[in-house]
Design a protein around this ligand. Sequence first.
Ligand SMILES: Nc1ncnc2c1ncn2[C@@H]1O[C@H](COP(=O)(O)OP(=O)(O)OP(=O)(O)O)[C@@H](O)[C@H]1O
Length: 370
Amino acid sequence: MSLAMSNITRRFGQTEVLRGIDLTVDKGELVALLGPSGSGKTTLLRIIAGLDWPDAGSLAFDGDDWLARSAAQRRIGMVFQHYALFPHMTVQDNIAFGLTVLPRGQRPGKAQIAETVQRLLSFLQIAQLADRYPSELSGGQRQRVALGRAMAIEPRVLLLDEPFGALDAQVRRDLRRWLRNVHDSAGTTTIFVTHDQEEAFELADRVVVMNGGVIEQTGRPDQIYDHPATPFVARFLGLTVELPVTMQAGRAQAPGFDLTALARRALPDGPATLFLRPADIRPVADPAAPFRLTEIASTGALRRMVAENDSGCRIESELARRDCQGLETGMPVSLSALAGQIFSRTASPGATAPFAADDHIPHALKENRL
Ligand SMILES: Nc1ncnc2c1ncn2[C@@H]1O[C@H](COP(=O)(O)OP(=O)(O)OP(=O)(O)O)[C@@H](O)[C@H]1O
């Protein structure tokens, strides 16, 4: 059983908000849609829910055409960031609500509804809240109840749109773990929207990175983290240092950098761009090197260092304090890269995600500063 989307397109006026989305979610999977604001995540979720329709494309659940079905017929559970529980109903009545409004033929009897609610209350670890009203609950407790309400109808797919977005960091972390356990024990198929990387990576079996209405990359969290497929995904996942390099026999080279720790790549000889996380760059004292340490700042456990060369190229690195011994401002350093992703800038078949447009070329390179 799976939910299959093919070539989903949605336009609002002149703006194409979804531009040909292809995605299949398998039964029991927990998939995170991750992307910046405006990338189309909520629009896609609303289409799956039956709250909006695409201009083109198909959506099918287990072969059944969902675009021909109403929201109610799809049996979807939804939880939003500001999910309004009914304020005049207790927690147990809120959870029962979805069952009490089912069409007569499908509606369980009163005793059965009460039993389902009790089961969910204890499953979601909120039995002690059963008789409270929403105003008597914390934000985190409200979201647990909202999830209970969504799950009561035994949804075929559970859709969550930034459900923990309004909560503080510690509660978010607790709820994430709780949700992962709930998902695993209930065997639900879940699609989760977030713009928070940490949330997506901790929770999801599979992360779908969206940008400007298209899917940039889909994969297991560690695959995406270690091997971003496009410059956008690299930047979005914190590989914020963009360095023009020259490829030669699969190896990247740049003056002042030691790139020997990077694996050989199947890229053509010529110009390329290396994307690095500041945490993967190590300054190493080297009297002959063209870089000089110009700033060292402490951020608690970490030290942020800036190295600059005479052409104005400025590289930031971030090190654990214990790795900074012997490094001082003014010292000449070479920069050693521990890991990174390289994208060729010559559009050849062997190149990973070639830069197509001029505005993808990093500033330092455009200005020919290196
Ligand atoms: N009903 C609408 N009419 C016009 N434009 C809309 C409508 N709904 C969404 N949009 C536009 O579509 C784009 C994508 O919106 P969407 O809410 O899907 O993005 P998102 O990735 O969920 O963003 P966020 O994380 O901010 O919620 C935005 O530019 C938004 O302004």
